[in-house]
Write a protein that binds this ligand. Structure first.
Ligand code: TYD
Ligand code: MG
Length: 454
């Protein structure tokens, strides 16, 4: 028996230190160090060692076969898109998200759809029966999908070598443990070791591996943050649990762009791919209402038209309330200050509530103008016509600023039947004759007001 070796790990970023520290020197978080046993078992073998190891040797770059065309095209187009055009063999993909958001559902659904792939779905969280019930709810069962409820990495590798699946799904990385590390499942050293071994498995057998990982709101749970640099791609599943829409974002991708976005709708029988996001994000109110208008934004590469709702009312008590859902509150306060200072609207004593419909969070500055228009419309209690949309940033001096990919936004608005779009005059190369939709170019908020309310 050797001496038990322990080390302290930051549970936020995985930084290792020989003694306890109050503040992590790497990520700056306080009180995140936890002692973990790190002794590896005597025999320094990796759990995945049996298979014929390919000897690596240096190769001239032009002699290496490029195998771009080998990508596995999945049935799920949203997933294909986010992965950068299909699944690359041998890639290790981390699938993160808060608990209950639908990670297991999405990957189980994929397992049921891929009839030509032999899939091994390993769950450390649910029983076979539970998973089967869920799979039946989602759709027809795939005979090529195998379920395994196991948390020992060594046993998983034994089964994987025996079964030789063409895809491996691990639900979740936090439940796995390897015999070589003595700390408990979910601890940083355990999660890191298991991922390293799964990475080796993926590369040596060319099997794509999906790892599900939980992240809390603060990103505090051991794991996913630590793993980001080890895996080939990090996909994040997000959304508001009280809403039906879910966004699948690519945060890191060695095989494609990180600008891609997948959109799903959570239904009673699984997740539905949403091909045309704009249609679902705009409510079908019969009459135009004050305080509601549409902004043309871009999520990743996809243009989307989003409904912005504002409510401005006189503050009943001393301090006015400001609240924003799906939009940065500080940015809203800034826009309010611009309207107050540059355009003379007295909003200082008003409660202002802002909501982006559909539970979507928007970071695109192009939504600014729609936010300003919605607030002013609610303030004056004059409705904005339903066939108008906006796409521009608003600067600190009240100027209307250009945004990127304006042509894409205009085309999307035109496609959805809008008749007028308000943009900045400083967008280059936009010609009215190329579009059927009327393009109104403005430089100042006052001009926008004139265009909206006459
Ligand atoms: P789940 O995939 O278990 O979340 P995660 O693995 O990310 O923790 O999803 C759980 C939620 O999804 C649960 O609250 C119920 C809901 N759900 C549906 O609405 N429809 C469905 O068809 C399924 C399978 C789940
Ligand atoms: Mg789950």
């Amino acid at each position: 028996m050797g001496k038990v070796k322990t080390s302290f790990f930051c549970q936020n970023c995985g930084h290792e230190a020989p003694k306890w520290l109050g503040r992590c020197p790497s990520c700056g978080e306080w009180n995140t160090f936890v002692e973990e046993v790190v002794t590896k078992s005597k025999k320094e073998v990796t759990a995945f060692s049996k298979s014929s190891k390919k000897q690596s040797r240096p190769q001239a770059i032009h002699t290496i076969e490029s195998r771009e065309e080998d990508r596995i095209l999945l049935k799920d187009n949203e997933l294909n898109r986010v992965l950068g055009g299909g699944l690359v063999p041998g890639s290790l993909i981390l699938f993160g998200g808060e608990p209950g958001i639908g990670k297991s559902t999405l990957l189980l659904q994929m397992s049921m759809q891929e009839l030509n792939q032999k899939i091994l779905y390993v769950s450390g969280e649910e029983s076979e029966n539970q998973i089967k019930m869920r799979a039946e709810r989602i759709g027809s069962l795939n005979e090529n999908c195998f379920l395994l409820t196991e948390t020992s990495l060594e046993s998983i590798f034994i089964h994987a070598e025996h079964l030789a699946p063409s895809m491996l799904i691990i639900d979740s990385i936090q439940t796995l443990h390897s015999e070589q590390i003595e700390s408990s499942p979910g601890s940083v050293s355990q999660v890191r070791e298991c991922t390293a071994q799964l990475l080796r498995f993926a590369k040596q057998t060319e099997t794509p591996v999906f790892l599900i990982g939980h992240i809390t709101k603060e990103g505090a749970l051991a794991g996913p943050k630590v793993l980001e640099h080890m895996v080939d791609a990090v996909l994040q599943f997000e959304g508001d649990r009280n809403h039906v829409y879910r966004l699948l974002r690519s945060i890191k991708n060695r095989f494609g762009s990180t600008n891609e976005l997948g959109i799903y709708e959570m239904l009673g029988n699984g997740l539905r791919e949403v091909e045309n996001p704009s249609e679902i994000l705009i409510s079908d109110t019969i009459d135009s209402m004050s305080g509601v208008t549409i902004g043309a934004t871009l999520e990743g590469m996809r243009p989307m038209l989003i409904e912005v709702q504002a409510l401005v009312s006189t503050a009943a008590y001393g301090t006015p309330q400001r609240s924003a859902t799906g939009f940065d509150l500080r940015r809203m306060n800034m826009l309010l200050a611009v309207m107050e200072k540059r355009c003379g609207f007295k909003l200082g004593a008003k409660d202002v509530f802002l909501n982006i419909a559909g539970g979507i969070k928007v970071n695109d500055p192009a939504i600014d103008l729609a936010v300003v228009a919605a607030i002013l419309s609610s303030n004056a209690d004059i409705a904005i016509e339903k066939n108008i949309c906006h796409s521009a940033e608003v600067g600190l001096s009240g100027e209307i600023r250009p945004v990127n990919r304006i042509d894409q936004r205009i085309s999307e608005a035109e496609k959805l039947g809008f008749e007028k779009i308000i943009i900045s005059k400083n967008n280059k190369g936009i010609q009215q004759k190329n579009y059927k939709i009327e393009i109104v170019e403005c430089l100042r908020i006052e001009e926008v007001l004139r265009a909206l309310f006459g």
